[in-house]
Design a protein around this ligand. Sequence first.
Ligand SMILES: Nc1ncnc2c1ncn2[C@@H]1O[C@H](COP(=O)(O)OP(=O)(O)OP(=O)(O)O)[C@@H](O)[C@H]1O
Length: 548
Amino acid sequence: METSTPRRAPAADAAAASSYVSMSPSPSHTPRSSTKAKRTLNNGAAIVASSPSPSPSLAKGGGGGGGVNIQVLLRCRPLNKEELSINTPVVITCNEQRREVSAAQNIANKQIDRTFVFDKVFGPKSKQQDVFNHAVVPLVGEVLDGYNCTIFAYGQTGTGKTYTMEGGGGKTQNGELPSDAGVIPRAVKRIFDILEAQSAEYSMKVSFLELYNEELTDLLAPEESKFSDDKSKKPMALMEDGKGGVFVRGLEEEVVSSASEIYKILERGSGKRKTAETFLNKQSSRSHSIFSITIHIKECTPEGEEMIKCGKLNLVDLAGSENISRSGARDGRAREAGEINKSLLTLGRVINTLVEHSGHIPYRDSKLTRLLRDSLGGKTKTCIIATIAPSVHCLDETLSTLDYAHRAKNIKNKPEVNQKMMKSALIKDLYFEMDRLKQELYAAREKNGIYIPGEQYLADEAEKKAMSEKLDRLELGLESKDKQLDELQGLYDSQKVLSADLSDKLQTLQKRMQETECALAVLEEKYMQANNTIKEKEYLIENLLKTG
Ligand SMILES: Nc1ncnc2c1ncn2[C@@H]1O[C@H](COP(=O)(O)OP(=O)(O)OP(=O)(O)O)[C@@H](O)[C@H]1O
């Protein structure tokens, strides 16, 4: 790095600012240069350059050519004050060395332990730093190598998802994070530390998305807006990008140049998340959130060509699953809990289908699974942190989380590094985009209030209409294909049952035939013997007659 201050590579500015920038930039993306830009969140558009071997930490349990297993870590929180005050019995035991968690169940007055093994287990005494070192440090390295990585926290409400992901946040003391700082602020700090130690030239942008009751909102959108379409309130559209990925239309993406800037953004965004008091958590997050950090780093090839590599880290804090009757949710809150459970159920179905390879994967059944598509069975490197509580009162939900997380261990992703971009090509695009922006500015000045030239507006509108019609057609086509696929799957399943039935019958018949053949052989033998006896007797009679 030429200076210790973070710098922005032009290419990265470019990608940061395009209104339809996908998560994996390509040279054809049109750059812009504002510090705050509209952007899209694209889950599945990583461009393939090569398939490098996974890092040891991520390769563990990976399946050779079949992909790399998702890493699943388990964290059990300590008993809280209320649980301690009423001496709540503990039913969870964590063995960190053996990577095992045991849940003691009492069935018909018998204690039956169920034990689950994970890639890593963090007991109630584990520190935020421990979780970070094992779950995040390797992934931060992968992001800086140009991969897309996702870390998500899953678990029942009140088990420590937000604590693990955000914790005490990023309130630094003498430049150091507090001991309760969670995964996100620690990841941010590490990214900046590494980039600065490498003297890298880079740029970084962040986004913060909320998914609440199946509606997407931008947690970084300005609070007050003089424009009628205030994005902080207006739900945003999740669009297919035509390449198997999705993007969120018009999502804000802020260019950042220091860790403290990100901490402030995080605080601002987290403050806007929908929370409510439940029986199980005084400040329960009622929404799913995705905090994304995209980094562009400049590199030079041995030939002196300047290239830009891009990596992305998605940090997902899921809303907690809850038992509605136990959590005391009523009316609006019950609907909210129902929606949360519904999207988590779809997530569960996606996980099951991926693990069982049982055909059509229902990603499209919820926005959550559409957003996480590339992280579950795609090209992203993924780590799930499953959180549980040790108390006996949470046992049912704990067992369900353990089952869920244990299944997810079998999902295989095929991580691929994002293709590097040539800086020269990006600069060319940047100039082109600057020209376009100048024209827009000119139009805005001249026509006072119109932000793009009229002709461009009409062209954009026509293109938008055509694209939306095309999208509708494609969606319809896809739906009918999905239906067809389901029908075929049904047909296949019933044929399978029929064929199994016929095989059974065939086996029974073959067995009976063998038995009949044996009986026949015995009868033949007996018949021969009787025949011989008759012949002997006839001979004797004949002799007797002759002599008599
Ligand atoms: N490992 C831990 N150590 C200490 N305190 C913890 C730990 N995990 C959670 N807590 C505390 O438990 C409470 C609930 O945690 P948190 O809000 O993170 O749960 P959650 O899973 O995000 O819940 P929800 O799904 O309802 O948002 C918080 O007060 C938090 O500080």
